[in-house]
Structures are given as C-alpha cells and as structure tokens.
Design a protein around this ligand. Structure first.
Ligand SMILES: [Zn+2]
Length: 484
C-alpha cells in the first residue's frame, strides 16, 4: 500500500471556515422586483402582508405626500411611511390613500348621498358620520395594525383602515367588476358575495390606482455549459439580460462571480463540490436593473455521480501526534490559505487550456473520498498529486499573479497560490523550492518552484489544487479544455 499519508494535506483544509453570509433584513419580492427592508418590512410582515398591503411597487424613497415628505414606499394597496420621530410601532404609518384617491377623482365624499344597505349589524362612526355594516363591519373589526392590544381593538382597525368616508354603493372597480364598494381613509372595501367566505371582502389596489401598474420585469435566460455536471467539475453559467447592471448568484452554497462579456452576455464559472449528492444543485441569480429593480431567477443544475472511489486512511499515531501538536499553526495556515480562495480579481489572466504544472506520475487522483481511522466519509482529495523526484520543475499552468509564496507551511510545505482572475486560483503544495514572490505576474510554463516532500507528506510530490471560489474542481478538466 503506497504511502497513504501523502494525501494528508487533504483533510486539513476542511478545518478552514467559509466566510459567514451577511444577514440582511431586506426581502426581495420577485413578482415586482423590489425589496422591502428594515422597519417597513417588519410592519409589512406583522400587519397582513400580501392580502392587506400587497406587493411593493417601488423602492423606499423620499416621497411627497399630502402630509409632507417622508421616507416611504408604495405597495399595491397602500403606502408605508416611515416616521422615525415616533416610537415603535407608531414609526410606520399608512398613507390615507382612500382619501387621496377620492380627491384625485374630484369626489367630495361629504356631499355624497346615502348608499345601498348591507345586511347585518351596523356601527355608526361619528367622526365621518358614516356607518359600517354587515360583512364590511366584520372585516373592519377583524383586521388592524398590531399595536399590542388584546385581539383587534378599534384603534388598531382605525390605524389600518381609518374611518369610513362613503356609504356603500355599486361602483365599477379596476378589474371592470361592478361591486358594492365602500371607501375608507386608507382602504376601499369591495363585496364579492359569490367568492368563498375568506374572499368575500377584498381590498382595492389603491396604490396601483394612484401610481399605475408596475412595468413587467424582463425575463432572464440561463445557459449552462455543460447542462449536466459531474461532481467536482466546472460549469459555465451564461445569462442573457443585456440591460442588467450587475449580477449576483449562488450555485448551491457557493457565491458566483458574474462578468459581462464582449458579446453583452453575463458569464460566471461555477464548481460543483465533490461531496454534492447526485441530483440537482440550486442555482440562484439576481440581476440589478438600472431602475433599481431586481430580477430573481432560480433554477437547478443537474449533478451526475462521478463515482469517485472511497478510501479509508489510518493515521499512524505519530502523524496524529504531529497534527495535535501543531493545531494552532495548522489553523493559522488554513485561515491564511482559505482567505485567498474567495477573492475575485475581475481581469481574466488565463486563456486556453491549462498546462500540467509538472511531469511525473499521477499518484493520487482528484476527488477520492476519504474517511479517517474508519470515521465518516466527509472529506476528499482536493487536488491532483504528481509524484516525481525532489527538484523536478514546477511551472505555472496558466498566466496568473502570485498571491501566496510561503516556504515553510506546516501542512503544505513550500506553497504557491496563483490568482488567474475571475475567482479562479491554483495552488501548489509541498515544494522544496519556491521561486516566485507575491505580486509577481507569471506566464504559462514559467518556473515557479521545485517538487519536494515538504509539509505533511511521506514522499516527494506536487499537490495541485484548482479552485473556483472556494470550490475545488478537477485540475485535469482545466487541462483538457479551455474554460472561458
Ligand atoms: Zn494531494
């Protein structure tokens, strides 16, 4: 059994941490492309959301209202205004859209005659000298802004809908239906007796009626090359959306770096982690449009089983001992190396297929799954091992910039990392000599070091890593074909 421990370098990268994802309090509504954030989002979620307030129609912005200028946001059924001078929950107020819309229409509700009767009990409201009856009263009393009162109090209903302005009467709504309608300060109630009980009272889309229907979002189309990807392999993700100003995305848990190509298409390289189960991996893309809207798209990448062999490695007590004694140094080394992978330099330095960085025998293939001392299979060989004599030249596989050149790492020995741009890095471990300096630009085939047996190995070899972001991909597929 040939020196299994050679492949030790392996596990240790697993000890490194992925960068924590920033927790955002913003929520994107893909149907209209706008985000709602902070206090307005909290208010939206606490006070009825979609059926009561509806989808956002624009960004939170400084808006002129009849009561003054506020940081506010339009929704299908209302306008949420931020009043930071008020203590919560009074720091978010709803616009008086019912009153505003009636005014726009030139209707003076005070002069309007009595309307149609509605079956059921009524409540007379002296403030506007109107009654709310039957199903409208039930709805009015059942909904409110949560101000902390038990159940739904009258002041909570008033905060949401306000007082009735008109008596109920038949009106033609924006969908062309003639329905019994009653206007309130902040809402318009419509009665649809043919609907199931929960939908017999519907709220008018006052926001839409005041500022217009939202423009349809452009569609985003995705092209995958290849369309199905083996575990541990790379994929080109092309997105057609010329008007986009920026694209973000994730493949599984890994962030994608998108760039606009000369042909106007957006493109990102992705990697499928070796330990991804066969099946599908979620691909999420968000594109920023010039008007501030976001086009969100979710699809799946088909993941095929690469049938990597599994091996168990028994760590001899001496190695275990060495690991234990160097825990802190190894953690520092991993932190250093793992801080480099997520960095994205926009300029693509490579072109065409990569070259092999050294001559020699492939002593361990990429992707072999590993368990240690009979434990779970939760790691894999992250690169390609090329065994040859100490002193064998190691050359740059492609144009790149040296971003790490260390001579004595505990695990990796003499180590070099090249940044090829667009989030693609290559790493070279266990070298006896490191012949480049950080910041240096190297050309394909340029000598960067010499094979050694430095770090945690039992024999001379070069370990070669290829990464897209933090995801390891099979170095041989970067030799086999050109990646854009
Ligand atoms: Zn290796």
């Amino acid at each position: 059994m040939r020196s299994r421990i050679i492949y030790l370098a392996l596990v240790l990268a697993l000890l490194g941490l992925l960068p924590a994802r920033a927790q955002s309090d913003a929520r994107l509504f893909p149907a209209t492309g706008w985000r709602v954030a902070g206090r307005l989002l909290a208010f939206w979620e606490r006070n009825g959301g979609l059926p009561i307030i509806g989808l956002p129609l624009g960004p939170q912005a400084s808006l002129a209202t009849p009561e003054g200028r506020f940081s506010a946001q339009w929704f299908e059924r209302n306008r949420l205004e931020l009043h930071p001078e008020n203590p919560a929950p009074y720091d978010v107020l709803l616009g008086r859209l019912g009153a505003e819309l009636l005014q726009h229409q030139g209707r003076d509700w005070r002069r309007e005659a009595v309307g149609e009767p509605l079956p059921g009990p009524c409540r007379f409201m002296a403030a506007t000298e109107r009654s709310v009856c039957g199903p409208f009263l039930a709805y009015w009393q059942a909904h409110g802004v949560e101000l902390g009162d038990p159940g739904v109090s009258e002041r909570e209903s008033l905060a949401l809908f306000g007082y009735p302005l008109t008596a109920p009467r038949y009106e033609t709504n924006s969908s062309g239906d003639r329905v019994l309608t009653q206007w309130f300060e902040r809402a318009r109630f419509e009665w649809h007796p043919a609907n199931p009980p929960a939908y017999q009272v519907l709220l008018g889309r006052l926001g839409v009626e005041l500022i217009g229907e939202p423009a349809p979002l452009p569609t985003l189309t995705v092209q995958l090359d290849p369309t199905a990807v083996l575990q541990g392999r790379s994929v080109v993700i092309g997105v057609a959306l010329p008007e986009a100003q920026a694209l973000r995305g994730t493949l599984g848990a890994a962030p994608l770096a998108f760039f606009r190509e000369a042909d106007g298409q957006w493109r990102a390289l992705g990697g499928v982690p070796v330990l991804t189960p066969p099946g599908s991996l979620s691909l999420r893309i968000e594109a920023d449009l010039p008007d501030g809207r976001v086009v969100a798209h979710t699809t799946h990448l088909r993941v095929l089983d690469a049938r990597y062999p599994t091996e168990n490695i028994n760590l001899p007590p001496a190695v275990q001992d060495r690991l234990n004694r160097n825990r802190e140094a190894i953690a520092r080394e991993n932190a250093l190396v793992n801080s480099i992978w997520p960095q994205v330099t926009p300029e693509r330095l490579w072109s065409g297929p990569f070259r092999m960085p050294a001559e020699g025998r492939i002593s361990s293939a990429f992707g072999t799954r590993r368990s240690y001392n009979g434990g779970p299979v939760n790691s894999f060989h992250e690169g390609l091992d090329i065994a040859n004599a100490v002193g064998t030249p190691v050359v740059a596989p492609a144009r790149g910039r040296v971003v790490l050149a260390e001579r004595n790492l505990v695990v990796r020995g003499g180590a070099v990392i090249l940044d090829h741009g667009r989030g693609v890095h290559t790493g070279f471990w266990h070298m006896a000599e490191v012949l480049v300096q950080p910041g240096q630009l190297v050309e394909p085939g340029q000598l960067i070091g010499r094979i050694g047996a430095e770090g945690m190995v039992t024999g001379p070899h070069l370990h070669w890593d290829v990464r897209i972001g933090s995801v390891n991909v099979d170095p041989l597929e970067w030799v086999a074909r050109a990646w854009p």
